[in-house]
Each structure stands twice: as C-alpha cells, then as structure tokens.
Design a protein around this ligand. Structure first.
Ligand code: ATP
Length: 213
C-alpha cells in the first residue's frame, strides 16, 4: 500500500490542495492521502485564523471528493501537549501502523520544500519518506538544496498549477466575495455559515519566533 501524508495549516483547505492531492495519487498510484491539519502553523508568523476544529471540519468536507482522501487528527492540539508537532513525529506514528513493505510519501508544495533544511530531525525524515513536490504557480524555486536536504528523495509534480492560496481565500471571504471557484461548495457553505475569516489578516500575531517542522 502507498500512503501519502499531506500536512498543512489548511486555513482553509482549497482547490489547489485538492488538485495536487489528486494529481499525486493518479500519477504515483497512491492508495491513501492523509490530510493532516496542523495544530500550530510551522514557519508562519501568525496563528491560524480559524480554529483547529473548523479547519479539521472543512478538510473532512473536502475529503468527500475522492475515496482516497482521508482527514486525519494526528496533529490535533487537544491530543498533543502544547499543540506543537514536528513532521517526524507524525511520520513515525503513521509508519508504526504500516507493514514494512508499505511505502510512505510526503506531499508538499515547492515553497515549503525549499525550507526543508531547517526541519527537525531531518536525517530521519529523509530516511523515512519520499517527497512529492508540487510546483506552485508564481513560485519558481531558486533554492539550492545542500547537506541533508539534498539527500531527500523526491518526485516533482509539475503542471497542476491551480493559482489558489489560503491567504487569497481568506481575503475574499472577508470581502464577502463568492468562493466557489476556490474551494469546494461544502467548504464555501461552511465558511459562510460559520462567519469565518472576518477578522483582519495578521490580527492574531504568534508572538514568538517560528519553529521547525
Ligand atoms: P497560506 O496562503 O495561508 O500560506 P497555503 O495556501 O500555502 O496557505 P497551506 O495549508 O499552508 O496552504 O499549504 C499546505 C501545503 O500545500 C504546503 O506544502 C503548500 O506549499 C501546499 N500548497 C498550498 N497551495 C498550493 C497550490 N495552489 N499548489 C500547490 N501546492 C500548494
């Protein structure tokens, strides 16, 4: 069995996430994609705007689109001490439930992959997973990977190019603009019904330096 982990803030999950997940599953013959909302936002300088429960619920709704998609609570802050999670902890939890012959992948956008060198326990991460790296529109990578980061095994996922970001979705939601081109209908309904993303962007600063994945 081939499993891929897809972590993110998912604030909210959007069509870009779903498109790269589907393309990865189709091209690499993956059986299961775990969408794992993070408890706290790694490398981001502010808290998520929506609560963990709202972000998880939207991921759950979005995962209805494909039988290979599964919402995961592996990084639920209520289950993890101070809510701080490192990818290697999640990888090891999933790996411990797999058979030795099962393959484990990690789906990631090019922007996040470019920051690999600062990941916690990178040697173990590189040892345990193969990355699937999704190109992002307007994000041509110029990062030269060195050291452990250069040892990462990866498959480049080109040509999906859905120009959507969660930042743009939040901005449009705040302006009351229809979101149906950017997120699944059920997610757009959820955002509307729960009045999400009405605060100003950046109004809840993290108040501490970013930490490693
Ligand atoms: P924000 O705009 O708030 O920074 P985001 O849209 O980048 O959010 P995240 O939840 O931070 O969404 O992303 C989770 C993962 O999905 C990251 O690895 C990110 O690089 C990747 N990703 C997000 N949007 C796209 C997209 N349109 N195409 C390819 N990868 C994407």
């Amino acid at each position: 069995m081939k499993t891929v982990l897809f972590g993110g803030t998912f604030d909210p999950v959007h069509n870009g996430h779903l498109a790269v997940a589907k393309a990865a599953a189709d091209r690499l013959g993956l059986d299961r994609i775990l969408f794992i909302p993070s408890g706290r936002p790694p490398h981001k300088d502010r808290e998520p705007q929506a609560s963990y429960e709202d972000r998880y619920r939207m991921v759950e709704l979005a995962c209805g689109a494909d039988t290979r998609f599964e919402a995961s609570r592996l990084e639920d802050p209520a289950l993890i001490g101070d809510g701080r999670t490192y990818s290697i902890d999640t990888i090891e939890k999933v790996r411990s439930d797999l058979a030795p012959e099962d393959e484990l992948y990690f789906l990631i956008g090019q922007d996040a992959f470019d920051e690999l060198s600062i990941w916690h326990r990178l040697a173990d991460v590189v040892d345990q997973v193969e990355f699937v790296v999704a190109s992002r529109p307007h994000n041509i990578s110029s990062v030269q990977r060195e050291g452990l980061a250069a040892q990462a095994r990866f498959h480049q996922l080109e040509g999906v190019d859905v120009p959507v970001s969660a930042t743009a979705v939040r901005q449009l939601a705040r302006q009351g603009i229809d979101l149906s081109d950017m997120v699944p209908e059920a997610v757009a309904d959820y955002i509307r019904q729960h009045n999400l993303y009405q605060e100003n962007e950046g109004s809840r600063p993290l108040g501490r330096p970013p930490f490693c994945l």
